[in-house]
Design a protein around this ligand. Structure first.
Ligand code: GBH
Length: 446
């Protein structure tokens, strides 16, 4: 089983970037080492019933101590780039002072990546908010946006030299809505008002940080990463079409529209006014400043039917389709469709697929991991990106999620997304079939 692209695919050209991605809380462990402060995810993990099996991030992949081995592994996979995130609680103390040890960790890591000739794609915020900020209201408090700018100032000033691309945020939808509205991620609150206000403050923080990042790191690209779902109506009934539109407005347009068009979706003003945040004059101009790229994370599609109370409800696809181990439908055609639709709906900046991948029930047998479903998934989705490029979407890169199995948030360690298998007893990494197949695709370019 292989991953292959048409011979003349633009994705095989030297200017297309292939990479692997991770995030700080999911791999680093060492969450009390060298002055790292508590994050909302440490607190959430310590709250009974929030994370499967009571798993936490105290060890994760122990990347904080094994980063040198991991840089070798990344390089061995033959990728052009590595996408990582920085843990805010490692970098700064409560008074806004730099934590030198935290800075030293990322400095040595970034230098080692650059020494291998790898491009570095760094996300400032992949969900690990310092707990002391949550104690003052977290993202529901507008002040947090200004604290983020201070953190962005420090990170980009100290580390900008070794960073090719900065993303302010990973998936504001998850950070705000899963965290403050659905309550399934940290900090675990359940109010639509909080969720949407948190989202607005995250977007505001993004906009406020843009000029600061550009000033400190003038040679880097700057953008933001959104997760996007392709939503289908469960049937051709008008009410189900409406349900899908509402869902799409809440999950996708609520985030991309203010960034690219400077306003929140008009549809929501009419049908879900309590799902719109309080916006101060000037906020949307700050949010909609130009960005160098838009990152998109894609995993699956969903199907929605009308519900009298909630307007929409998730239902399973009525067709016979394949699901991954986390129960997400495998739908590569939805990926190209989504990209092509967005390209019609918006004036898109250059796009990067900053995450795409599958959770599979991987089993290690005789030192080998046969994850053929993941190989097929990657092949299908990489070709879906190719289809979107053929249809005119400006996509410059693709990152597989993830370099290695890691802490999968509310699912703990039960779900494995890695191209490399992690034995959590020994911390041994083993390249899976998908990792070998990805490497083979990348080396075939030369
Ligand atoms: C990404 O998020 C994360 O960036 C990454 O850290 C994570 O490990 C990876 O994906 C795999 O999960 O609306 O309640 O039905 C995933 C994006 C978007 C996936 C929302 C789940 C549905 C949750 N997510 N989606 S819900």
């Amino acid at each position: 089983m292989t991953i292959s692209l048409p011979k003349h695919s633009k994705m095989l050209a030297p200017d297309f970037t292939f990479g692997v991605a991770t995030a700080s809380f999911q791999i680093e462990g060492a969450n009390t080492a060298d002055g790292r402060l508590t994050s909302i995810w440490d607190t959430f993990c310590a709250t009974p019933g929030k994370v499967l099996n009571g798993d936490d991030g105290s060890m994760a992949c122990d990347h904080y101590h094994r980063w040198e081995e991991d840089v070798e592994l990344i390089n061995h996979l033959g990728v052009d780039a590595y996408r990582l995130s920085i843990a805010w609680p490692r970098l700064m103390d409560e008074k806004g002072q730099a934590n030198e040890k935290g800075l030293a960790f990322y400095r040595q890591l970034l230098k080692a990546l650059k020494a291998k000739g790898l491009k570095t794609f760094v996300t400032l915020y992949h969900w690990d908010l310092p707990q002391y900020l949550e104690d003052r209201g977290g993202w529901v408090n507008r002040e947090t946006a200004y604290r983020f700018v201070e953190y962005a100032e420090l990170a980009t000033k100290e580390l900008g030299e070794w960073v090719d691309s900065w993303a302010t945020f990973n998936e504001p939808f998850c950070a705000a809505i899963l965290g403050y509205e659905y309550g399934i991620h940290a900090p675990g609150l359940t109010s639509p008002r909080f969720g949407r206000q948190a989202a607005h403050h995250i977007l505001l923080a993004h906009g406020l940080a843009l000029p600061v990042i550009r000033k400190n790191s003038p040679n880097s690209q700057v953008g933001i990463v959104l997760n996007m779902n392709q939503t289908y109506p469960a049937s051709t009934k008008a009410e189900d079409q409406f349900a899908a539109l509402v869902r799409e407005s809440l999950d996708n347009h609520f985030f991309i529209e203010p960034l690219l068009s400077g306003h929140y979706p008009k549809l929501l003003e009419k049908v879900l006014p309590d799902h719109l945040p309080t916006v101060l004059p000037g906020d949307l101009d700050i949010i909609s400043q130009p960005i160098d790229f838009l990152g998109m994370n894609f995993y699956t599609c969903n199907h929605n039917e009308y519900d009298d109370e909630t307007l929409f409800r998730d239902v399973k696809n009525t067709q016979e389709v394949e699901y991954t181990d986390i129960g997400w439908e495998i739908a590569p055609q939805a990926f190209s469709e989504l990209l092509i639709n967005l390209n019609k709906q918006y004036d898109l900046p250059p796009m990067y697929i900053t995450e795409n991948g599958a959770a599979c029930a991987d089993i290690m047998e005789n030192g080998e991991v046969n994850d053929d479903q993941r190989v097929r998934y990657l092949n299908g989705h990489i070709n879906a990106v190719n289809d979107a490029i053929e249809a005119g979407v400006d996509i410059r890169g693709y990152f597989a999620w993830s370099l290695m199995d890691n802490f999968e948030w509310a699912e703990g360690y039960s779900k494995r997304f890695g191209l490399c298998y992690v034995d959590y007893e020994t911390q041994k990494r083993t390249i899976k079939r998908s990792g070998h197949a990805y490497k083979a695709l990348l080396t075939s370019r030369k």
